[in-house]
Ligand binder design. Structure first.
Ligand code: FAD
Length: 290
């Protein structure tokens, strides 16, 4: 099923994100984990993709196929273009089509180790990938950043580039994680003012590791509201307590989003079935599963 069709239902729904194993690592363990997550009946699951040199592209496809064909879940396959040639992307597209993938999240990706984009790359920005895929019949999504992409100097420039990316053929956007819903609503209103009309799926991360989240937020410039910072300060070093607190905080954020008219929330469950079970369990009277 195309994600644009799921989004057109306009009912509260959750999707979950998983990542494939690294190259040469066995697929079986990950298949078991993603199968457990699929049992919670999200409206779709997304599978991340290793950017150039990340070496997980074949595994992305294997996990996506497993989810579609063994778990009967709608799948969104991520695809990055940095460091790729037209030929290599065409080959990936052919494999995606053969596997029956209908939905692709078009991403630039980051060069491993922060290297700058080399002359080997035929793609500079995600918009280049969107242009290449726009006539291939997929439902296409893209990433967006309510607190601005870290490489952007000003949110106005970031939104102008985002509009260009959407106009090139995107059907929806998914946000980077945020911990203050006002950030999302403010961003959404700026997008609408700029003429970006596609659905904007809100990305929510239930935090289970206090130290890790502080590091990520420092790097990406993500705002930690005092109420959430207090939770991380108090429970961040205790995984059992942080799991409880992180799921409760994420659940509250999602309920507030739904209550204020948002219908689509993407949960960064990563490969943690317990997170998916808890969040879905907390919301089972609110969301419609597949
Ligand atoms: P772009 O849309 O190209 O934007 C990147 C930067 O370039 C922004 O600052 C933008 O303003 C600027 N820009 C865009 N177009 C232009 C232009 N024409 N001229 C000048 N500047 C421009 N990474 C992975 O490796 N694998 C994944 O599976 C993955 N999944 C993700 C899922 C989501 C929902 C999100 C939010 C991110 C994901 N990422 C993933 C991370 C992503 O690849 C990085 O954040 C990367 O730095 C930017 O990717 P993008 O597609 O947003 O890039």
């Amino acid at each position: 099923m195309k994600i644009s069709d799921i989004l057109s239902l306009k009912k509260p729904s959750l999707s979950f994100e998983v990542f494939p194993p690294k190259r040469d690592k066995p697929l079986e363990g990950t298949k078991e984990i993603v199968s457990e997550i699929a049992l919670t009946h999200p409206s779709f699951m997304s599978v991340t993709y290793g950017a150039a040199g990340g070496n997980t592209s074949a595994n992305t496809l294997a996990i996506a196929e497993h989810l579609m064909h063994k778990c009967s879940v709608n799948v969104l396959a991520h695809l990055t273009c940095v460091g790729s040639t037209h030929q290599s992307i065409s080959s990936e597209i052919a494999k995606f089509k053969n596997a029956g993938i209908e939905n692709i999240l078009c991403l630039r990706g980051d060069m491993p180790g922060g290297d700058s984009i080399t002359e080997k790359s035929d793609f500079v920005h995600a918009v280049d990938l969107v242009k290449k895929l726009s006539s291939e019949g997929f439902c296409l999504g893209g990433a967006c950043y309510p607190e601005m992409h870290p490489e952007s100097e000003h949110i106005t420039d970031d939104i102008a580039h985002l509009k260009e990316k959407v106009d090139a053929g995107l059907h929806f956007l998914t946000t980077q994680m945020f911990f203050d819903n006002n950030v999302y609503f403010h961003f959404l209103s700026r997008l609408r003012d700029a003429g970006v009309t596609v659905p904007v799926i809100a990305g929510i991360m239930p935090v289970t590791n206090g130290r890790q989240i502080k590091r990520i937020c420092d790097l990406a410039g993500t705002y930690l509201p005092p109420r959430f910072r207090a939770i991380v300060d108090r429970f961040g070093e205790d995984p059992v307590a942080m799991l409880d607190a992180g799921c409760a905080y994420a659940t509250e954020q999602i309920i507030d989003l739904f209550a204020n008219g948002v219908n689509f929330v993407h949960v960064y469950t990563m490969n943690k079935p317990e997170l998916a079970r808890r969040v879905m369990g907390n919301l089972k009277g609110i969301v419609s599963g597949r």
